[in-house]
Design a protein around this ligand. Sequence first.
Ligand SMILES: [Zn+2]
Length: 376
Amino acid sequence: MAEDAAAHPPYGTYATMSEEIWAERGWMMFSSSGTTGAPRVFRYSHIDRELWAWANARALQSMDFRQADTVFMITGYGPHVWAWGVQYALAKMGLPTLPGGGMDVRARANIVIRYQPTILLCTPSYVLHLGRTMQALGVEPRTTAVRTLFVAGEPGMSVAATRERIQELWGARLVEFYGCTEASPHVGGFSCPHSQPTGGPVSTHLLEDVQVWETVDPQSRKPLRDAERGLTVCTNLNSESSPQLRFLVGDYATFDRSRCGCGRTHVRAIGSFAGRADDLINLRGIKMFPGQIEHAVRSIAGIGDEFEIVLMTNADGLDVMTVRVEHQAGAEIATTVVEEIRTRCEVRAAVEVLNPGTLPRTEFKAARVKDRRERQ
Ligand SMILES: [Zn+2]
């Protein structure tokens, strides 16, 4: 797709949208959030809008969105499929929304306090930022009407320490959508009421009746059996403008087809989704997800919500990792953080402890990893 987009600007030829269809029933243009290569854009039709709205509405219903819920859409309404698809699904379900674009975090905090939405839609990083801002305004997020935190865009469900931190802060349940711009513009996966069983691993269902989901070996790309960990692949024909055959979405997942506690038999990703294979950090041959570092640092009481992972090549030509966190105890806590990272990620990282409030606050999607290594 990236090569095709570069060769045939600006749209490429990988989608089925034509100028004629766009003129006749074009709906919206979206862009993949990938940070590398030429932007890959997708123009969708009103037929797609209707297909998305139905598929998303079913997933939202399964996540326990109900009459009397009001959803605060904390999104900039940019060219990203998630929020727009949800917006149209909520309209189909008849659930009211509060649009939250074009305002800063304090304005959004005041909306939560004043108008009492019951569901928040935002990234996991942002919901922490919003909650802390409310505390600074003297309002505990737990005392608001919010009962559901609907996240996507970053691993949320799969990072236990983050999930617990968010749920504790808000006294509300975390649910997530899983998908991608290319193969499944509507949702691919969703949290069911049984997604966080007591004592068991979290899981996310996939919409198997409208999409075919597989996992493949990361190296050979051969299909794997259930219970084997591999990369996600989606076949999606529920689309006029971007049908895809066996598109490599590329998140690590382990599938299970046994009946879920909620009664559904559609396949589940056990442990949910840890992140795209592209995000995997390879430090001197040791591989880890940013989410694993996140889990380690957020397991420590008093650690701030923001953190950074900086990868550099040192004077000896060795690639090293520094994790920058915030804590009131300063350097005293550094050893604890080093140990926690070593235990959970089997890697030795330098740790820099900054004063609370030093690192930039996350406004949308967090950019946690700064890779400044010298490439060979
Ligand atoms: Zn279930």
